[in-house]
Ligand binder design. Structure first.
Ligand code: PMP
Length: 481
């Protein structure tokens, strides 16, 4: 049992001695005080158990205090914890080889960092040195980190400051098939089909036009253009326009997550990344996949999210799930890009330290031994299918999407307008879900999307428990309003 300070005292210290802004992200009206964790479960200081479906923002990949990972950490703690530089530590080489083996050629060179922001900073630097170009493009609504450099990549006002953040970063339109201008829902890479009317045809996404003739028009065009996503063409056209107006004729890099995380599990039309990668390379840029949230089997069908898009990036950045919550990040790239970067000395005191590598190595073993990627596919698809039934039941559940255990449930005022459900309403459902014993996350530009991204060890029973709780929370809200 917890025998530490009182909750009031903890909150007081939090308010006065810690970053006061973190209050904004302690999330709940009545904050949760977490004392212990085991696999998919967390316990608060009063001994109350929660099913954790947010995993510390998609960080705990194989379960809290997973016994195998904990044992590996303990073993290494007794042997050596040290920095990375100067000597050769076997753990780093062993892990680098293991990690590199999970990538197709030519992605074989690993750089270690301590976080996702650091990994993305390093990726930008390498891209610029390799290409000799400066400008970097990301998608609107993305989150790529909070360092001064990564803040420029990030495209969400809540994380921005009124200072020049990372010159040369530009954000293009996010091809969001639900909220975006041109839709494209039929083409997204998902086991659950989510919107009935067509949004693949050219023209504006149907929710911006309520007139029924517009819907009919879209349906007719979708028939004519069967098999070809016209919405994707529009998003690509927008990107080309950005090339023509916002950046010089050559660029350094394009950054995107395979499924936007903080953005609210946003998925793109099927060929968007493929088409974009081609255009970026024509402009002399390299393509970077931010797999901080989508990597390590989370999307179920593939180990890396980019594989679901049928693309091969020049560089992949990762963190969070890489070491099940132990601070670590990495950049994986090609020998050619690594050579361009080798002209100066790159030094990171802790990146790839023996303890982090021992932990990360046992995480990779556990992902394989416990078949968590397969579990992500299985339980994730089940969750998506069942959540889609709730979407059909409730007017305020606008969209259910994602892949594996990277799931978003977008809440709306009503299905016709698709206006985001206001923050007070989101907060009510969120709090109620927590009070019934389930922790989920929030995301999207308006905080309108619930995020379900649990440790990948959750079971179908856990999924059923969540579904019952979430159904109840939505129903409670509908009855109250
Ligand atoms: N990229 C993505 C996709 C992320 O979600 C995050 C963190 N939310 C980061 C980068 C930054 O990682 P870190 O907080 O470890 O710096």
């Amino acid at each position: 049992p917890y025998q530490g300070m009182s909750k009031d005292r903890l909150l007081d210290i939090r308010k006065h001695n810690c970053n006061p802004m973190t209050f904004k992200v302690t999330y709940y009206k009545k904050p949760v005080f977490i004392n212990q964790g085991y696999m998919q479960w967390l316990w608060d200081v009063d001994g109350r158990r929660y099913l954790d479906l947010f995993a510390g923002v998609v960080t705990v990949s194989v379960g809290h205090c997973n016994p195998k990972v904990t044992e590996a950490a303990e073993k290494q703690l007794r042997r050596l914890w040290h920095t990375t530089a100067i000597y050769v530590y076997p753990q780093m080489q062993e892990y680098a080889e293991k990690l590199a083996s999970l990538f197709p050629d030519p992605l074989k060179v690993v750089y270690f960092t301590n976080s996702g922001s650091e990994a993305n900073d390093l990726a930008v630097l390498m891209a610029r040195l390799h290409t000799g170009n400066f400008d970097v493009i990301t998608l609107r609504g993305s989150y790529h980190g909070g360092s001064p450099q990564a803040t420029g990549l990030t495209s969400n006002a809540d994380y921005k400051y009124p200072i020049p953040s990372s010159m040369g970063c530009h954000n293009t339109m996010c091809p969001d098939v639900f909220r975006g201008l041109w839709g494209g829902s039929h083409c997204r890479d998902s086991p659950v089909q989510t919107i009935r009317e067509c949004s693949c045809s050219p023209g504006t996404n149907t929710h911006t036009y309520t007139q029924s003739f517009m819907r009919a028009y879209h349906r007719r065009l979708s028939f004519l253009y069967k098999g070809h996503c016209q919405a994707n063409d529009m998003y690509i056209k927008e990107l080309k326009e950005m090339f023509a107006t916002t950046v010089p004729n050559r660029i350094a890099a394009f950054f995107a997550e395979p499924i936007q995380g903080v953005g609210g599990a946003v998925q793109f039309p099927k060929n968007y990344l493929k088409d974009t990668y081609r255009l970026v390379r024509e402009k002399g840029g390299i393509c970077i996949a931010d797999e901080v949230q989508t990597g390590f089997g989370r999307t179920g069908s593939h180990f890396w999210g980019f594989q679901g898009h049928n693309v091969l990036p020049d560089m992949v950045t990762m963190a969070k799930g890489i070491a099940n919550g132990f601070p670590m990040g990495a950049v994986v790239t090609t020998a050619e890009i690594a050579r361009s970067f080798g002209k100066g000395v790159h030094f990171n005191t802790f990146g790839g330290n023996p303890l982090a590598c021992a932990v990360a190595s046992s995480v990779l073993d556990t992902i394989k031994e416990d078949r968590v990627q397969e579990n992500s596919a299985e339980v994730g698809t089940y969750l998506l299918t069942e959540l889609a039934k709730l979407r059909d039941k409730y007017e305020i559940i606008g969209d259910v999407r994602g892949k594996g255990l990277q799931i978003g449930v977008e809440m709306v005022k009503d299905k016709a307008s698709r206006d985001p459900l206001p923050p007070e309403a989101i907060a009510e459902i969120f709090e109620d879900t927590k009070d019934m014993g389930v922790l989920i996350g929030k995301g999207g530009l308006y905080g309108q999307t619930f995020r379900i991204k649990p440790p990948m060890c959750i079971t179908k029973d856990d999924a059923d428990f969540f579904l019952a709780v979430f159904n109840q929370a939505v129903q409670n809200y509908m009855e109250r309003r």
